[in-house]
Design a protein around this ligand. Structure first.
Ligand code: DGP
Ligand code: NA
Ligand code: NA
Length: 210
């Protein structure tokens, strides 16, 4: 990589089963096929000690107060920030399945205060783009059974979507909202072209924080 050229921080957000995992995989494959150094990441990152507590919570083998699990999800992002920063500065583009916006959306959907939820995310590296895959929650359940994890309930996902919508309007400068009911190929084509336009633009911009 040439000196001073950084990679982009690209995030996928949306409700459970909105197609984030498929779209992020396709985007990583596309960028790699063009010779762009790219790595996939996923939050929550369940392998660290904090990640293992989050995993126990999500699989319902552990209960924690809403505030406590909120801060653990945030800490799980913070514990990976040095690695994220280093990769970006090396010129690697990161394609990340969920970030701070899931943190706010899932906790605010439980009734926690929106600004309180956002506070621990302040200072994390700001994404260059967030691809928000929006689908009606009843449509998402028709895609197949929700799994067994804690948040995979239609009514709750509807409230999560409302908070995502609110964040999307506040952070409109770098949020890209998509109708997730489109075909996988159409969605991938749009996301791919936005990303290819974005990479050269951000390569010389300093990293910013949320
Ligand atoms: P995933 O492995 O990406 O499917 O995420 C697992 C579940 O955790 C999913 O229902 C979304 C939820 N989630 C992801 N990030 C956060 C977060 O920061 N806070 C909360 N409360 N939930 C989150
Ligand atoms: Na999930
Ligand atoms: Na994830």
């Amino acid at each position: 990589m040439s000196a001073g050229k950084r990679g982009a921080l690209i995030i996928f957000e949306g409700c459970d089963r909105s197609g984030k995992t498929t779209q992020s995989r396709l985007l990583v494959e596309l960028l790699k096929s063009k010779g762009i150094p790219t790595l996939p990441m996923n939050f929550p990152e369940r392998s660290s000690s904090i990640g293992q507590v989050i995993n126990s919570y999500l699989t319902n083998s552990k209960d924690l107060p809403d505030e406590v699990i909120h801060l653990m999800f945030s800490a799980n992002r913070w514990e990976h920030m040095n690695q994220v920063k280093q990769k970006l500065l090396e010129g690697t583009t990161l394609v990340v399945d969920r970030y701070s916006f899931s943190g706010v959306a899932y906790s605010a959907a439980k009734g926690l205060d929106f600004d309180w939820c956002y506070a621990p995310e302040r200072g994390l590296i700001k994404p260059d783009a967030v691809f928000y895959l929006r689908a009606p929650s009843n449509d998402l359940t028709n895609r197949g059974q929700y799994g067994e994890e804690r948040y995979e309930k239609v009514e709750f996902q509807g409230r999560v979507a409302e908070v995502f919508d609110r964040i999307c309007s506040k952070e409109a400068s770098y949020f890209h909202k998509f109708d997730a009911t489109q075909s996988v190929e159409d969605l991938h084509a749009q996301i791919g072209s936005i990303t290819e336009e974005l990479l050269p633009k951000v390569a010389t911009q300093p990293l910013d924080t949320l």
